[in-house]
Design a protein around this ligand. Structure first.
Ligand code: NAD
Length: 371
């Protein structure tokens, strides 16, 4: 009998999702056996698969499953089948936005670290990426992506031949408590790491950013004076992340800036298939790879499952306080890469053909490399 049992709601989603989540579960169960812990996974629908089944990208049953579980493990959603510019059409991404909101997942953690075996995959020079270890802390349930928005089709005379044209707006709004709690998450993360926070805003233009900056500094001065704090304007941050990535420790920012900067930071590694993320709330958390559903390679058995496997690592670390088990996954992935095993997306000219693995074989290799 395992000493602990955890319930996990697993969301395969679309595209390569079902292939990679199978490997995540494989590693999860193998680690569970080694650490005397049982993980019970319940699959539920999200994204395009859920639209096809019931017309809703986040069915009520999926939300109930997530609420009833200790953590949620997601693969990816979306694909050309559900792409539409019709604002009334259901979209797979709405499932993602809603589950984050419904579960109160206001903090997104995206670690960006270089596996030395893959350093050559970066487009940046080796001496620039040496030692890169950044944690992007992105506010996830406020700001522009959740503000009031509207589209009007009756703008007088603005369309073709004097016909009515269009007008649209989105609003960027934050409340004090939203900024305060994400700032605290960033300072706490910095305390566990190298003690530095870069707060990214656009305070020279935006009122929300001026409020953001004031609140971040107040929290810092009151409770985290031991942490080094710098303010960086978002346009400058975009440049510095490429120019001097190794000088960043924790980067905290609002939802849209974080969306863009975390993709940019991910690209520093050169390997999208390697990066995981965690979305944390006060009661539960959701773990997923940083990449999308890769419809171009779906169903071919060649997807890289390592970001999904590393999202399992984050789940063990942040939801179940199983740091040793999490470390064992990271060591196993490092060992597999050091031994030269690759999926197609992270292989290069030097990779022998017999070292290029499919999705399932890569999952097996990680299990075999566990301590
Ligand atoms: P993508 O990340 O799906 O793919 C970009 C490129 O990287 C593709 O060439 C793909 O084959 C490759 N790739 C991505 N993950 C890979 C993996 N694990 N193994 C091997 N190769 C991998 O981004 P995209 O093409 O812009 O978007 C495709 C779909 O995914 C869209 O519908 C988009 O909306 C959706 N999407 C979903 C999420 C999510 O679920 N969180 C995130 C981003 C995009």
């Amino acid at each position: 009998m395992a000493s602990a049992t955890y319930q996990i709601c697993t969301l395969p989603g679309d595209g390569i999702g079902p292939e990679i989540i199978a490997e995540g579960k494989k590693v999860l169960h193998a680690v569970g056996e080694r650490f005397d812990t049982s993980f019970s996974c319940t699959d539920a629908l999200i994204g395009g698969a859920a639209i096809d089944a019931c017309g809703n990208p986040l069915p009520d049953e999926t939300l109930s499953c997530a609420h009833a579980s200790d953590a949620v493990l997601l693969a990816s959603v979306g694909g050309p089948k559900w792409d539409s510019t019709d604002p009334a059409a259901p979209r797979p991404e709405q499932g993602l936005l809603r589950i984050r909101k419904e579960l109160g997942l206001y903090t997104n953690l995206r670690p960006v670290q270089i596996f030395s075996a893959l350093a050559g995959a970066s487009t940046l020079r080796p001496e620039v990426i040496e030692g890169v270890d950044v944690m992007i802390v992105r506010e996830l349930t406020g700001g522009l992506y959740f503000g009031r928005r509207e589209r009007f089709y009756d703008e007088p005379g603005a369309g073709v031949n004097g016909a009515p044209g269009q007008r649209a707006y989105d609003t960027l709004e934050y409340r004090e408590f939203e900024v305060e709690r994400i700032a605290r998450q960033a300072f706490e993360a910095a305390r566990r790491r190298r003690g530095k926070v870069s707060s990214v805003d656009k305070a020279n233009v935006l009122e929300t950013s001026r409020m953001w900056r004031e609140i971040v500094h107040r929290i810092h001065d009151e409770d985290y004076a031991d942490i080094e704090l710098e303010d960086v304007l978002v346009d400058n941050a975009a440049m510095q992340l490429i120019n001097r990535p190794a000088t960043f420790d924790v980067v905290v920012t609002e939802n849209m800036f974080g969306d863009i900067l975390s993709d940019e930071a991910a690209q520093i590694t050169g390997s999208l298939g390697m990066l995981a993320s965690a979305s944390l709330g006060d009661d539960t958390a959701l773990y997923e790879p940083s990449h999308g559903s890769a419809p171009d390679i779906a169903g071919q058995g060649i997807a890289n499952p390592l970001a999904q496997i590393l999202s399992v690592e984050m789940m063990l670390r942040y939801s179940f306080d199983m740091a040793e088990a999490a470390d064992s996954i990271r060591r196993a992935v490092t060992r597999v890469l050091d031994e030269g095993w690759r999926t197609r997306d992270i292989a290069d000219e030097a990779t022998p053909a017999d070292h290029i693995l499919g999705c399932s074989a890569m999952g097996d290799a990680v299990v075999a490399a566990l301590d």
